[in-house]
Design a protein around this ligand. Structure first.
Ligand SMILES: *[C@@H]1O[C@H](CO)[C@@H](O)[C@H](O)[C@H]1NC(C)=O
Length: 947
């Protein structure tokens, strides 16, 4: 597990500090315009400062307490710098193992600051009235007086509302990215977190004292920028120091890669935001005490998150009303007392009394909301999904096989392909497909989507791109000359097998093909990832009406800049890959993917860094509750940046090269945003024909088994890879891990369903789930030992021919992707009379033909739906207690399971046969053969008019 992964944050810290220092320094030139400017300060002198503040009603955060702290000591400045550097190191350590952190430790910062006030703070006397002391002062007033002046009140009120905020932070729901008790040190991480918060408090107090005693805003900004600049130096020295200690070159190839424009842009924008925040925070705290801003921020954040939790009631994310309401109550109560104890007349321009009133209203609203929202539902969502998808798959098949004659096929083709004529010899293809009883004649959306961008390039450019692709490593070339297919004899025997098979398939129809050559990707991973802006431009060029033929359209488009084919193609910036070498780091891979997503999408907007918590908003667009509603959407990474932590494809460095330029490379599989052209390729070493048992003879269990791939495992893929997460979740869940389970219970006479939070280990015990890694032949490196300790290996099956994960004896077969591509045994599982539980990010040529909930059961990559899905099919009757109660009313749905198993098998035998591969390939190559011809616009297949 590469130590190098840890160096980048140091560089980032260095750059961030540098930018904020520069910003603070430049801000000092505008200090006159900033809040708390220094004019009166210099004139009147420091002694009467407190008075001035009281008078100055313009100050937004007014309190009657003296804000001027004790004088700072000389050693404070260097101390601050050293502490900042240490703090950054701690931060880096904590972020690296973020999955092990405790939720919400950071909110205790105000408590530390209140503790400081309690010990050292001087309370200013209340404004003294001129009248002599009233002997008849009432007890109530005395009490108020006492509350106002007692530091203990202040401290306890802060403690109370902070506990509330902490509780609400704990309501966030953990992801399946796990903290390993073997590899990580969870306790140590939590200790570091606490150390970090206390350091924050110390740095804040020290800086506050230093900055408050500076005379002018200008000099404060100078001090701030000085502190930042020296800390920046400090972390820079540390960065170089560690590089030398690791005996690596200070700027190796990877370090140079960091300086790519994407990274720079990120750092620059983050640095600017950070700088502005720091300056604002500084201006705020010198006007008051550090306790005030931190408390207000914690309060606002806590309230917002609790209110959100209240609104989530009734969904799987918040299953009971108690915890958020208690948290809300604690925050409100604590903060109200704090507002009095701290003597704040107003909180960010809101009067104190009004604020308390607001809080009471909010509490009542929350109570009502929770009563309304927290209701069980009448139907299980899967009832509806299964029914709807049954209807949908019938509709899909009708839509996919409209044409019964060549004439309708041609019309359908034009309708579905932007008015383009079908390629020449389309009639031969049509006959060919009819001879082979093709069920699907018209539906080739994936093919069209893959090929369309190339219509935006000129044929000349496409041919050049083919030549370029042919020269790349691990590319096999199939050439068709005078109706004969041949390949370029690669050295690797398994590559040879793939191409042999391809040539033999093509030979069944090659006499109808024009001359061409196709570069085939022999690696498992796809290779072409073009930025979305380029693809968008090419697509526009490809679908733009040709002016010659359609003058009307042209007129309408006059306002727009004209997209001419050739220009569009030559405008594409070609980013040369050669200097990048054949290795793309995980971070760069994420960046390139975010560029391939459309602007405004969540993935484009930024990288998600929090792997610890479930990103429910990432799953929501394709889910209903925990279940996958739209599987096709679930395949799109652009709305779910969190998957970058959750799949080996994303968490392992890219070991083959990646092209940002649109190259025609034909690959077996790809994720949604890649631009390879999907082609059916043989999988060597996978048996497709399988002895299989009937559904009823299989065990009522979920099964998954495979070898661990420890030699390529990284820190991230150990914790977040789909395979390790599944094995951890179902075998090793810790005592604190829990998840939602949709449970049916009787409410009166009716069976209704509601989510309940259930301990993951308890949920595992409800079902028979067999997931495991098999022992590899040798286990010699550290990663393998760690994996063995964490997951425990089982003996592999004796017969080496028997693929362990084709679990023919189990009713429910879990199918997970490998690190580079889709599950190799998907087809076998479809044909096996079992129910495939498929969790995948990849598409293959037949992916569009599969219907979720009809031919297989989709499982979210986050696995938070796994137990609920299993519970639906297997039922909870006689399966033991859940949360202390028997749930016998939730019967099994074995009938549905058997039906899906049957549908999957029948469908695979109907539309994913070898004949279907031939048909798909024939059509693809006709398209391709036309695309590379200069005269491609005029050489379509046109049916002669009858009569
Ligand atoms: C995880 O579970 C497996 C299988 O039950 C077991 O062999 C292994 O020791 C467990 N790991 C830990 C760390 O408890």
């Amino acid at each position: 597990m590469a130590a190098d992964e840890r160096n980048r944050p140091r560089l980032s810290a260095f750059l961030l500090l540098l930018i904020s220092a520069a910003l603070a320094f430049s801000a000092s030139f505008f200090s006159k315009r900033l809040l708390g400017n220094d004019g009166r300060f210099a004139l009147i002198g420091r002694r009467s400062l407190t008075k001035i503040r009281e008078v100055d009603s313009g100050a937004p955060f007014k309190s009657f307490r003296s804000s001027l702290p004790q004088r700072p000591r000389r050693f404070y400045l260097p101390c601050i710098v050293i502490l900042i550097v240490i703090r950054l190191e701690i931060l880096q350590e904590v972020v690296y193992d973020f999955q092990c952190t405790a939720q919400g430790v950071e909110v205790f910062l105000p408590v530390f600051l209140a503790g400081y006030e309690l010990m050292f703070g001087k309370r200013a006397p209340l404004p003294i009235s001129d009248e002599p002391e009233d002997p008849w002062i009432t007890i109530r007033e005395e009490f108020t007086q006492w509350v106002k002046t007692s530091q203990l009140w202040l401290f306890s009120s802060v403690l109370v509302f902070t506990i509330g905020v902490y509780q609400s932070a704990g309501l966030a729901y953990g992801s399946s990215y796990f903290c390993s008790p073997v590899l990580d040190e969870p306790r140590w991480i939590v200790v570091l977190q606490w150390a970090g918060v206390s350091l924050d408090a110390v740095v804040l107090v020290m800086s506050w004292r230093v900055l408050s005693w500076a005379k002018t805003t200008k000099s404060r900004l100078h001090i701030l920028s000085g502190i930042l600049a020296i800390s920046c130096l400090g972390s820079g020295v540390l960065w170089i120091g560690t590089r030398i200690a690791q005996q690596g070159p200070i700027l190796d190839r990877q370090a140079v890669q960091y300086v790519d424009p994407l990274y720079m842009f990120d750092i620059l924008s983050t640095g600017l935001v950070l700088g502005v925040l720091l300056i604002a925070a500084m201006l705020w705290i010198v006007e008051s005490v550090p306790l005030e801003p931190t408390s207000i921020i914690a309060y606002i954040g806590g309230t917002a998150s609790t209110v959100r939790q209240v609104f989530l009631l009734g969904t799987y994310q918040q299953t009971s009303a108690g915890p958020p309401l208690v948290a809300l109550f604690t925050i409100m109560g604590g903060f109200s007392i704090f507002a009095y104890a701290n003597n704040m007349r107003s909180v960010v321009y809101i009067r104190r009394g009004f604020l308390v009133l607001l809080m009471v209203v909010l509490l009542i609203a929350a109570l009502i909301t929770s009563a309304v929202r927290n209701r069980p539902v009448q139907h299980h969502p899967l009832d509806e999904f299964i029914y709807k998808n049954r209807v949908e798959s019938d509709r899909w098949l009708r839509h996919a096989s409209v044409s019964t004659t060549l004439r309708t096929a041609v019309e359908e083709y034009k309708e579905r392909h932007h008015g383009r004529d079908p390629p020449a010899r389309f009639d031969r293809w049509f006959d060919f497909s009819r001879q082979r009883n093709a069920a699907i004649v018209d539906m080739y959306d994936q093919m069209e989507k893959d090929i369309l961008p190339f219509w935006g390039m000129s044929p000349q450019k496409v041919r050049e791109a083919i030549e370029k692709a042919k020269g790349l490593p691990d590319i096999g070339v199939v050439t068709i000359i005078r109706g004969k297919a041949s390949h370029n004899e690669p050295a690797d025997p398994s590559h040879q097998m793939i191409l042999d098979d391809m040539v033999s398939i093509i030979s069944t129809f090659s006499e109808h093909l024009p001359e061409m050559s196709i570069p085939i990707n022999l690696n498992e991973r796809p290779r072409v990832l073009v930025p979305q802006s380029d693809i968008h431009r090419l697509m526009q060029a490809a679908t733009a009406p040709k002016s010659k033929f359609l003058p009307m359209m042209n007129k309408r488009d006059k306002g727009k800049p004209e997209v001419v084919e050739d220009q569009a193609a030559s405008n594409i910036e070609v980013r040369s890959d050669s200097e990048k070498g054949s290795y793309v780091s995980v971070e760069d891979f994420h960046h390139l993917q975010s560029l391939a997503c459309p602007p405004g999408s969540k993935t484009r907007a930024g990288v998600s860094w929090n792997a610890r918590d479930l990103c429910a908003s990432c799953a929501d667009p394709h889910a209903q509750g925990v279940f996958v509603r739209s599987w096709r959407k679930a395949l799109d990474p652009c709305h779910q940046p969190d998957v970058f932590h959750l799949h080996d494809f994303y968490t392992m460095p890219y070991r083959s090269e990646l092209h940002q330029e649109l190259l025609p490379i034909f690959s077996r599989s790809k994720t949604d945003i890649f631009n390879d052209i999907i082609i059916p390729l043989l999988r060597p070493n996978v048996k497709h024909e399988q002895e299989t048992t009937t559904f009823d003879d299989k065990t009522n269990a979920l099964f998954w088994q495979d070898e661990p791939l420890t030699e390529i495992m990284t820190h991230q893929s150990f914790h977040g890879g789909q395979r390790s997460r599944l094995v951890y979740l179902t075998n090793n869940a810790s005592a604190t891990d829990e998840g939602p389970l949709l449970i049916g219970s009787n409410y009166g006479k009716d069976l209704k369903f509601a989510y309940e939070m259930v301990k993951t280990s308890e949920a595992n015990d409800l079902f028979t789930i067999k997931t495991s890694f098999t022992a590899p032949e040798t286990c010699k490196d550290q990663a393998c030992w760690m994996a063995q300790k964490q997951f425990g290996f089982v003996e592999p099956p004796n017969d080496p021919e028997e693929k362990p994960d084709v679990a023919v004896d189990h009713r429910y077969v879990m199918l997970l992707d490998g690190p580079d591509g889709p599950p190799p045994n998907l087809l076998a599982a479809l044909r096996s009379n079992g129910v495939p539980f498929l969790s995948s990010i990849f598409r293959e040529w037949y992916t569009e033909r599969l219907m979720p909930w009809t031919h297989f059961v989709p499982v979210d990559l986050r696995f938070h739906d796994l137990h609920s899905t299993l519970a639906y099919f297997v039922g909870l009757k006689d399966r033991g207690r859940v949360n202390g109660r028997e749930r016998d009313t939730m019967a099994d749905r074995t009938e549905d399971a058997r039906w899906i198993a049957e549908q999957g098998r029948k469908w695979a035998e109907k539309v994913i046969r070898r004949e279907d591969i031939e048909i798909y390939l024939f059509r693809l190559l006709l398209e391709w053969g036309r695309l590379i011809q200069d005269d491609r616009d005029n050489m379509g297949f046109v049916l002669l008019k009858q009569g």
